[in-house]
Design a protein around this ligand. Structure first.
Ligand code: KG4
Ligand code: ZN
Length: 340
């Protein structure tokens, strides 16, 4: 089955063609980062306008690279939630119009499930159940994954998402936008033992698998004030800050993750989302004794259409599709939440 997947939930205008939910025939990601950089954040109105301008060309390019025509597509999917309303509507409306014109099934995809599916875009995906670790600019979710559409949220962030913390710290230290990749690079030149930043103690009661990043972010930003009292932070200081921040950010995740694995007895962790590209997170998880940690390839960590097409294919193969009346939603409500 050949599925076209469209992703426009935020600032990437993406489309991909995937065969049988596993084999990527094309994966086109047109990033809007240069347009949002001067504002140090995504401007929703600008994002939806760019999606409107680009969507046709991006889909055309995905078909071209896959050597397919619209007539070869058996099903089409687009991200419907969560995300920026105006941006979501562009991809979703395009996909619905395509489905209607071609008389093929349409699926409205959940972005969180799509990120969790990204690591399955290979011949031998991990066996269920596993612990999902979704880490992105908008989400930090630790969940039990029993199937492509069956997820139980165990823990989440109680304030900032981990990617958001990377982006904010990078912004304060002038490292670049979006910050994650710049912090990752600077950290490679720094010493992660120079600064001791706080790790919140959330391991009891209903927050057992939750994380918090606002305290860490504030501590790292306050350190900048300390530097400023003496001048400006030198390059070396900034790299040490980046390394110490990154290490603490990952330790926070790891604490909640290890509690989730220990309590559920599930020893396989599958990650997804932009922060899953982080080199320290990848190497630190690989060093966890007794855990098997699976990451998507780097180009499937951030937002992309392949994860949407792959996930949608699983629904189509089960005979499910979405009505063309389905609309977008900025938030997700349907996940079950379990407390220990
Ligand atoms: O999944 P994604 O592309 O979009 C959302 O759904 O949010 O994730 C984007 C986030 C940004 O916060 C970005 O800074 C972060 O992923 N990111 C990274 C790295 N690459 C991207 N964070 C840490 N290390 C990286 N190498
Ligand atoms: Zn995402």
């Amino acid at each position: 089955m050949i599925v076209l997947g469209i992703e426009t939930s935020c600032d990437e205008c993406a489309a991909a063609v995937v065969e049988d939910g596993r084999r990527i025939l094309s994966n086109v990601v047109a990033t809007q980062i240069p347009f949002h950089r001067e504002y140090s954040g995504v401007v929703p109105e600008l994002a939806s306008r760019k999606h409107t301008e680009w969507i046709y060309g991006v889909v055309e390019e995905a078909l071209l690279r896959a050597e397919k025509t619209p007539g070869n597509i058996d099903g089409i999917a687009a991200t419907a939630l969560p995300g920026l309303m105006g941006s979501l509507l562009v991809g979703l409306t395009f996909a619905k119009a395509f489905a209607w014109a071609r008389r093929i099934p349409f699926l409205a995809c959940n972005h969180i499930l799509a990120h969790l599916y990204a690591a399955r875009l290979c011949e031998n995906g991990p066996a269920y159940p596993y612990i999902g670790l979704l880490v992105s600019g908008g989400h930090t979710i630790i969940c039990r994954v029993d199937d492509f559409d069956t997820v139980e949220v165990l823990g989440t962030t109680i304030d900032d998402a981990v990617g958001e913390a990377f982006d904010k710290v990078a912004k304060y230290y002038g490292l670049g936008y979006p910050g994650g990749v710049h912090i990752d690079k600077a950290a490679g030149r720094g010493d992660d033992g120079v600064f001791a930043f706080p790790v919140p103690k959330l391991h009891k009661g209903e927050h057992r698998y939750d994380v918090s990043y606002s305290g860490l972010k504030t501590a790292v930003v306050n350190q900048l004030e300390q530097f400023r009292k003496k001048g400006t932070p030198g390059d070396l200081n900034t790299c040490d800050i980046a390394a110490s921040f990154q290490k603490t950010a990952v330790e926070i995740l790891l604490g909640a993750l290890l509690r989730a694995c220990g309590d559920t007895g599930i020893k396989t962790v599958v990650s997804g989302g932009g922060v899953a590209a982080n080199s320290y997170l990848r190497s630190r998880l690989a060093r966890c004794d007794g855990l098997t940690c699976i990451f998507p390839p780097l180009d499937l960590c951030g937002d992309n259409g392949a994860m949407v097409a792959g996930l949608a294919c699983q629904y189509f193969l089960r005979g499910d599709s979405s009505p063309l009346s389905t609309t977008a939603s900025a938030r997700v409500k349907e996940f079950k939440r379990r407390y220990p």
